[in-house]
Design a protein around this ligand. Structure first.
Ligand code: HEC
Length: 472
């Protein structure tokens, strides 16, 4: 009996400890500030108007405005100050930089919503539901489209295999599209056989995307510093439905709305252009980006457009008008990939800065951040940290996230930011990732033109030859 009693007494304490696992001001942050900052930022000594001795003082900020923004460490002045970011005041003033562990603790505290005590509720607006139920939005009425009789491709095959610069899986059919040199390979994921080819004499496809109903395949690309275009193909017949844009440089990012009416594209010119598919006319331009447009995607219902650039900037726009509705500033390096969850509530971004961020598309706040999502181990006998960029992210049909990055590994994530599964490391750099319509297969393209098909257990590697139709 005494034994049972002790369990009963201790059980709530255990729950309490787990609930309070995120750092909070009273227990962890205030003592840290007391040691490092109070000399100049207390109630009695408020340098630059900042009092770190009280929670309210931290939240109030200093002479420059907000010191901390819930959920956004790298946008918070206080975090920039302690991590000695260029342009920010270098804190503690005149002293040594804080140990990494303390900087990480401050980061985590801001990231997790600036908890005041172990019992506080995180600051920031309540996020959307992280649970996701797949819907029938954009389901094709006539069944999933598969290629039937495609026109023959007469362009010569290149000697050397190109890196997989673009990859897409149909959202409804077991069909994969893979970028090649001046062509697109189609592959049947159910039969594991080639399903035909489409000519793309415009150059190298840098983006491939099936329309939301799977009936149309969009290819965007071109020839460096010469020309760029977006072409829409009918998946069943392989016919060109439209060719859009007369760019003076390659198209690096493009998408078509679910209703097939709008195409957005962008590239090294830093401008996103939105075209009407019906007459090929440009409708408007988006000029807020300061660097190459590297990623863009319309929301599943077509009402919103997310665009990302090489400097880490992400903007949200109203698709019909081009009116900006959000500035998602958090990444510090090129945005390599953007993807909407099927219900349009969450947006995921991957970046060369090593982070995957899941954003609440409603208010533009991060819901979860996976820092160092694809950090490779340094080769033996070397020093320093190798680049750990994220190269491609994609939502699965059941609302999880798949990514590849510079560690050559495919990883699956939950919306809580936790990793659910990871593949073995592949022999070459993985450039792009796609997910089959049934959600069972993750497919990655690599730097040597191979495809890796991973079902959660084993990984099958297809050589570039395996994509070529035998009849040709
Ligand atoms: C030796 C004194 C000193 C110490 C210690 C110190 N600061 Fe400061 N802090 C200053 C001064 C002076 C400024 C104004 C500097 C400027 O504007 O260039 C400042 C400015 C700031 C600002 C910008 C406030 C605003 O709105 O302008 C932040 C944030 C900040 N400090 C955070 C910290 C943190 C966090 C610590 C402890 C890790 C710390 N400081 C330790 C003296 C100090």
């Amino acid at each position: 009996m005494p034994r049972l009693l002790s369990i009963l007494v201790f059980a709530p304490a255990l729950v309490y400890a787990q609930a309070g696992k995120h750092p909070n001001y009273d227990d962890e942050i205030k003592p840290l500030f007391a040691r490092r900052c109070f000399a100049c930022h207390s109630a009695g000594e408020m340098r630059s108007g900042l009092n770190l001795e009280a929670y309210a003082g931290v939240v109030k900020g200093g002479n420059s405005g907000d010191a901390v923004m819930a959920g956004r460490p790298t946008s918070s002045l206080l975090f920039k100050a302690v991590s000695h970011e260029e342009g920010a005041p270098q804190m503690p003033l005149g002293g040594a930089k804080l140990p990494d562990a303390e900087i990480a603790l401050i980061r985590e505290w801001i990231q997790q919503g600036l908890l005041e005590t172990a019992l506080s509720v995180p600051k920031g607006p309540a996020g959307p539901s992280l649970d996701y139920k797949p819907t029938a939005l954009n389901k094709p009425a006539g069944g999933p489209a598969m290629p039937l009789e495609l026109p023959p491709v007469t362009l010569a095959e290149t000697e050397r295999a190109n890196p997989v610069t673009a990859l897409a899986a149909s959202p409804w059919a077991p069909l994969l599209a893979v970028a090649g040199h001046e062509r697109i390979y189609l592959y049947d994921l159910a039969k594991r056989t080639p399903a035909g080819e489409l000519a793309f004499p415009e150059g190298i496809p840098y983006v491939l995307r099936f329309s939301r109903d799977g009936a149309t395949l969009l290819a965007g690309g071109g020839k460096g510093v010469q020309s760029g275009k977006v072409v829409l193909f009918d998946v069943k017949s392989g016919k060109r439905l439209a060719a859009i844009g007369q760019e003076m440089d390659v198209v690096l990012a493009a998408d078509v709305t679910a209703d097939g009416k709008l195409v957005a594209l962008g590239g090294p010119k830093k401008i996103v252009k939105v075209y009407s598919v019906a007459d090929g006319k440009e409708l408007y331009e988006l000029k807020k980006h300061t660097d190459w447009i590297t990623a863009l995607e319309f929301s599943p219902d077509g009402t919103r457009l997310a665009t990302g650039d090489r400097a880490g900037g992400i903007f949200l726009w109203e698709s019909a008008s081009g009116v900006p509705v959000g500035n998602l500033a958090e990444h510090k390096d090129s945005v390599t990939s953007l993807g909407w969850r099927g219900d349009g509530q969450l947006l995921a971004s991957g970046s060369e800065d090593g982070q995957i961020i899941i954003w609440n598309a409603g208010d533009g706040f991060p819901v979860a951040t996976m820092a160092k999502a694809h950090q490779p181990k340094p080769p033996q006998g070397t020093f320093g940290t190798p680049p750990g960029g994220v190269l491609s992210v994609q939502f699965t049909p059941d609302g999880r996230l798949v990514s590849v990055g510079r560690d050559s590994t495919i990883r699956i994530w939950g919306m809580d930011g936790k990793q659910k599964a990871a593949s073995n490391a592949a022999p070459a750099l993985l450039t792009k990732v796609a997910v089959s319509a049934d959600g069972r297969l993750c497919i990655a393209g690599d730097f040597q033109g191979r495809l890796l098909i991973w079902d959660g257990n084993g990984m099958v590697t297809l050589s570039p030859k395996a994509l070529v139709t035998a009849a040709r």
